[in-house]
Design a protein around this ligand. Structure first.
Ligand code: ASP
Ligand code: MG
Length: 458
């Protein structure tokens, strides 16, 4: 069978009209002779912040804090029931689906009641709570396909992991790939509609994979069934040379290399979950980013092996990551000494703070971090090691491109463009792979800086 794995984001299926639209995309894929394997995120009526997963996480918080979580669950219920009501004409299927949704959410309420009594929540309990979102969306979508005459199976991955694993490593992933392939093959000619949530992951899915985990699930499936392509359907035309909301001349890239996609994703573009790439690239499966609102567009393909051949010289794209804090540690103890860096990183490690850029000299380490983390305890510990200064409201500007490798003058041009705009550079960092030149700048300069540097691409 010619499998193509199609993962749809929450906003793409968040309302009746959008779900129908996605069902049309799946139907067209079948007509074109391929066998779609559908992986779904939880429904988002108007963007991720208002989406079901976010609501479920809020409900969990309310339960711990003696708040009104029933209200949130009722809101989720009425949204899903409304969609069912509008989408499914067959009375028997509709009533059954409504019962299943009510039952699912009733179970969740009881679970949250227990959480409220205990007053705390484990990673695993959090997983149980958020898994509800994908279960609801996949159930509804599978029923929709059936009602359109497309035979489909709802596949819930709640209990996919049936052996103890300590870490998300190669062994864990290949175990899952095989299990998923077996599950999907059992569906035969029917179209599998799979929950993008799978349980139970070592340390919990939110902590070890994070929001956007459905991309990762889809990639495991794609490798498992040896898909021709993994399609990540979103609400954007593809990967752009820069954020099109900020830079009018930004354009969609036809293809990028896996390394470029990873850099762009990390530094602000939120294209695809970072873990996804590793899976599919090793298995030589291309990933295509497509727009559900305009399926005729080609999108952007992440091509395994691209970058190994000859690529066009110069940068590919530029991104900005906002809400960045700069921490600077100055100490003479660093001079000619070993072990100092490891003490610094140990502090961040213990406080579970993620570091983005690092730049060092003999007496100084500068690091950038994402702002919303509580830094105070870590900063107090760092003060034992040296003089610490913290600067907030910064942004990281990153110029990315496989074609920047071994090309002279790119950093020079980037910095002179910034200088011309009067943008001061706080920290500079370039990895030895030479596919990313990043610098920290003031957040208020970021739009101007983005435009100026984007000029290098056109
Ligand atoms: N539904 C989850 C979230 O909102 C996972 C995903 O979308 O991939 O983060
Ligand atoms: Mg997502």
């Amino acid at each position: 069978m010619e499998f193509v794995v199609q993962k749809f984001g929450g906003t793409s299926i968040g309302r009746t009209s959008r779900m129908k639209n996605v069902a049309g995309i799946v139907k067209d894929t079948i007509t074109a002779g391929e066998h779609p394997v559908v992986v779904l995120s939880a429904m988002s009526d108007s963007g991720k912040k208002e989406g079901t997963t976010s609501r479920l996480m809020n409900a969990a918080r309310e339960a711990i804090n003696d708040g009104s979580y029933y209200k949130i669950i009722d809101q989720i219920e009425s949204h899903h029931l409304n969609v069912v009501n509008e989408i499914i004409n067959d009375l028997r299927i509709r009533i059954q689906l409504e019962d299943e949704i009510r039952e699912e959410l009733q179970k969740l309420k009881s679970f949250l009641d227990a959480i409220q009594v205990i007053g705390e929540i484990s990673q695993r309990s959090m997983d149980v709570i958020i898994s509800t979102g994908e279960k609801l969306s996949a159930r509804i979508f599978s029923a929709l396909l059936n009602s359109m005459g497309i035979d489909s199976d709802y596949i819930n991955l709640d209990n996919l992991v049936d052996k103890p694993f300590k870490e998300i490593d190669k062994r864990f992933c290949s175990y899952l790939q095989k299990k998923l392939a077996t599950l999907i093959k059992e569906s035969g000619a029917r179209i599998p509609v799979i929950t993008g949530f799978f349980g139970f992951v070592p340390n919990g899915i939110l902590k070890s994979i994070g929001r956007g985990y459905t991309d990762f699930t889809a990639s495991l499936i794609a490798v498992g069934v040896k898909a021709n392509e993994l399609q990540i359907w979103k609400e954007v035309d593809g990967i752009f040379t820069a954020d099109p909301n900020k830079v009018a001349s930004a354009r969609v890239l036809k293809s990028v290399s896996p390394a470029e996609a990873s850099e762009l994703t990390y530094f602000g573009s939120e294209v695809i979950h970072p873990f996804t790439m590793e899976q599919v690239i090793n298995a030589n499966i291309p990933v295509r980013i497509k727009n559900t609102f305009d399926p005729t567009l080609e999108g952007t393909t992440i091509i395994p092996g691209k970058g190994k051949q000859e690529v066009q010289k110069g940068p590919t794209a530029v991104t900005v990551k906002r809400d960045v804090t700069l921490v600077n540690i100055q100490s003479n103890r660093m001079l000619m000494a070993y072990g100092f860096m490891s003490r610094v990183f140990d502090v961040f490690n213990r406080h579970e703070i993620v570091i983005d850029l690092i730049s060092t000299s003999e007496v100084n380490i500068s690091l950038t971090l994402t702002e919303h983390q509580n830094l105070t305890p870590a900063i107090n510990e760092l003060k034992q090691l040296g003089e610490v200064t913290v600067r907030k409201n910064l942004a990281i500007l990153s110029l990315v491109g496989q074609g920047m490798q071994h090309t002279l003058g790119i950093a020079g041009e980037m910095f002179s463009k910034l200088a011309k705009e009067g943008v001061n550079i706080e920290v500079i960092s370039q990895g030895a792979s030479e596919i990313n030149i990043s610098c920290a700048i003031k957040d208020k300069d970021s739009d101007r800086a983005l435009k100026a540097v984007h000029n290098m691409l056109v």
